[in-house]
Ligand binder design. Structure first.
Ligand code: FAD
Length: 454
C-alpha cells in the first residue's frame, strides 16, 4: 500500500467505563442498558443525531419483533419501550396492530406479520431522550478512526471531528458500528460476504414519496394479487427495455402520514461498504436510480401519477460488510433447527432475507427458519480480542444467518445484551468473555427482555 506517515496529536477526553461506538438500534440499546446498569457510559456517533439506519438510512418499518407465525412477541426490552414512547406521541404503530400483507409491510406476507411503522423524526428525539434519561453521555459528530490496544486488549478509541482528534479510554468498548470498525482496526479477525466468493448483499438508497393516492394503490394490489407489488408492471417494462434496476417488484411501505410512502427499490451491487470510493459511487448511482424511478412511477404505477419526491436518505443503506469472528459463529442450521443455547440473549423469528449480490432476485422463503430461534451471547464476543464486544449487524454469524438477524429489532436485542454485559464486566473488573451468563440473563429479564418462558 502507498502510505504517507504524519504526526497526529489527540486530546485526551475523560475515561469511561463503557464506550459504545455507533448509535444505531444496537448502539442505542447498548448505551441505555449499560448506563441503567450503573456504568459511566459514552455513546459516540458520526452523524448529528442517533438512529443509524432508523433515521439516516430512512429504513423502515422495523421488521417483525414476533415469532415467524406472528403469534408471540419475542423482542421487547429497550425496543418495546422506545416503540411505546413513539406511539404515545403519534410517532409509531405498535406491531401488535400491524398484520402481514398490509400496506405498512409492503403487502408481503411471509415473515412480515407484526412490523413496526415509525416516524424517523420521532425516533431521533425519543431515542436521544431515553439515552439522556438513562444517564448516557452523547458525543455526536465524532467518527471513530482508530482503536487503542494493549496487547490483545482494546483499551479505547480515537475519534475525529470538528474539534480534531480525541482519545477516549474505556473499561469495555461496544462495537455497534455495523462494520466492526473497532474490532477490525484493533486487529480482530473479521469475515465478509458469501463463503463462495466474498460477495455481499447489495446497497439500497431509501427515499420517500408524497402525494400518493393510497386507495388507488390498495385497489390495484388487491386486484392484481401478485407476490410482490407491481411485479408484472416491472417485468413488462423490463421486456420493453424501459426498466433496468436489478430488482423484482417494488418495495413500497406506507408511512404514518397519508399519501407518504417509503421506497426500498434501488439496488447497487458489487460495492464494499467499508471503501469510501465504492460508497461514493453507490450514493451517486442510488440517486440516479431514484430519479429514474420517480419518472417511471408517475408513468406506470397505480396511485403514483401525481407523486412527488420528498427526500432521499442521508446515506445509502448498507446491508452487509464485516462480521467478527467470534467465540461462536451462528449458522443457518442453528436458525432452521431452532437450536437452544445455554447463553441465549435474544429470541427472534425474522426469516433469512438475502438480496442477491449479482441479479434481480432475492431469497426470503427458501431457507425456512424455526418459528423461534435463539442468539447466544458468544456471537457478541470476539474470538481473541478482550475489552470489546460487538452488537448489531457485525456480530459473529455466517452470511446466511446474518441475513436473518441483521434487521432492526434483533439489533436492539443484541445491543441490550452487549450493554448489560459490558456494565457487568466493568462492575466486576473482568473480561466480557468471563461474564456469568446466568447473571446476564437475570438482568436482561429484569429489564423486560424476553428469553423464553422459564
Ligand atoms: C437498504 C436496507 C433495507 C433494510 N430494510 C430493513 C427493514 O425494512 N426493516 C428492518 O428492521 N431492517 C432493515 N434493514 C436492516 C437494518 O437497517 C440494519 O441491519 C440495522 O440497522 C443494523 O443495526 P446496527 O445498529 O448494527 O447498525 P446501523 O443501523 O447501521 O447503525 C450503525 C451506527 O454506527 C454509526 N457509525 C458507523 N461507523 C462509525 C464510526 N466509525 N464512528 C462513529 N459512528 C459510526 C453509524 O453512523 C450508525 O449510526 C435494512 C437495511 C438496509 C441497508
Amino acid at each position: 500500500m502507498n502510505t504517507l506517515e504524519f504526526k497526529v496529536e489527540a486530546v485526551r477526553r475523560p475515561n469511561v467505563d463503557v464506550l459504545v461506538v455507533g448509535a444505531g438500534p444496537a448502539g442505542i440499546a447498548a448505551a441505555v442498558s449499560s448506563a441503567r446498569n450503573g456504568a459511566k457510559t459514552l455513546l459516540v456517533e458520526r452523524y448529528g443525531y442517533v438512529g443509524g439506519n432508523l433515521t439516516a438510512g430512512l429504513v423502515g418499518p422495523c421488521m417483525t419483533s414476533y415469532s415467524l407465525d406472528g403469534r408471540h412477541q419475542l423482542i421487547r426490552g429497550v425496543f418495546e419501550e422506545l416503540v411505546l414512547r413513539m406511539e404515545a406521541n403519534g410517532g409509531a404503530i405498535h406491531p401488535s396492530k400491524v398484520p402481514a400483507n398490509s400496506a405498512y409491510c409492503g403487502y408481503i406476507t411471509y415473515g412480515h406479520d407484526k412490523v413496526t411503522p415509525f416516524d424517523a423524526e420521532a425516533l431521533k428525539w425519543e431515542a436521544a431522550a431515553m439515552c439522556q434519561e438513562a444517564g448516557v453521555d452523547l458525543l455526536l459528530h465524532s467518527t471513530m478512526v482508530e482503536t487503542l490496544t494493549s496487547g490483545d486488549r482494546v483499551t479505547g478509541i480515537v475519534v475525529a471531528g470538528k474539534s480534531g482528534f480525541a482519545a477516549i479510554q474505556a473499561g469495555v468498548v461496544v462495537d455497534c458500528s455495523a462494520d466492526a470498525d473497532v474490532i477490525a482496526r484493533g486487529g480482530g479477525e473479521t469475515r465478509t460476504g458469501r463463503d463462495s466468493d466474498g460477495l455481499t448483499q447489495p446497497m439500497t438508497l431509501f427515499f420517500r414519496v408524497g402525494n400518493v393516492d393510497d386507495d388507488a394503490v390498495e385497489t390495484y394490489v388487491r386486484q392484481a394479487g401478485e407476490t410482490r407489488p407491481f411485479a408484472s408492471v416491472i417485468e413488462a417494462a423490463r421486456a420493453e427495455g424501459r426498466y433496468s434496476i436489478q430488482r423484482r417488484g417494488i418495495g413500497i411501505y406506507r408511512t404514518l402520514q397519508p399519501g407518504v410512502w417509503r421506497v426500498n427499490t434501488t439496488r447497487v451491487q458489487g460495492v464494499d461498504g467499508t471503501c469510501v470510493d465504492d460508497l461514493t459511487r453507490a450514493e451517486v448511482e442510488g440517486r440516479r436510480q431514484v430519479q429514474a424511478l420517480m419518472s417511471f412511477f408517475r408513468d406506470r404505477i397505480a396511485g403514483f401519477r401525481d407523486a412527488v419526491l420528498i427526500d432521499t436518505a442521508a446515506t445509502i443503506g448498507v446491508r452487509e460488510t464485516r462480521r467478527i469472528a467470534g467465540v461462536y459463529t451462528l449458522t443457518l442450521d442453528d436458525l432452521t433447527t431452532g437450536r437452544e443455547f445455554d447463553d441465549v440473549i435474544a429470541l427472534c423469528g425474522y426469516p433469512v432475507d438475502i438480496h442477491s449480490p449479482t441479479d434481480a432476485g432475492g431469497r426470503l422463503e427458501e431457507d425456512p427458519t424455526a418459528n423461534v430461534y435463539q442468539i447466544p451471547y458468544r456471537v457478541l464476543v470476539p474470538a481473541r480480542l478482550d475489552g470489546v464486544l460487538a452488537a448489531g449487524r457485525c456480530v459473529s454469524a455466517t452470511h446466511e444467518a446474518l441475513a436473518a438477524i441483521r434487521v432492526m429489532p434483533p439489533a436492539f436485542a443484541m445491543g441490550q445484551a452487549a450493554g448489560t454485559a459490558a456494565a457487568l464486566a466493568t462492575r466486576y473488573g473482568i473480561a466480557p468473555r468471563d461474564v456469568d451468563t446466568r447473571e446476564l440473563q437475570a438482568l436482561l429479564r429484569n429489564d423486560a427482555a424476553y428469553l423464553g418462558d422459564r
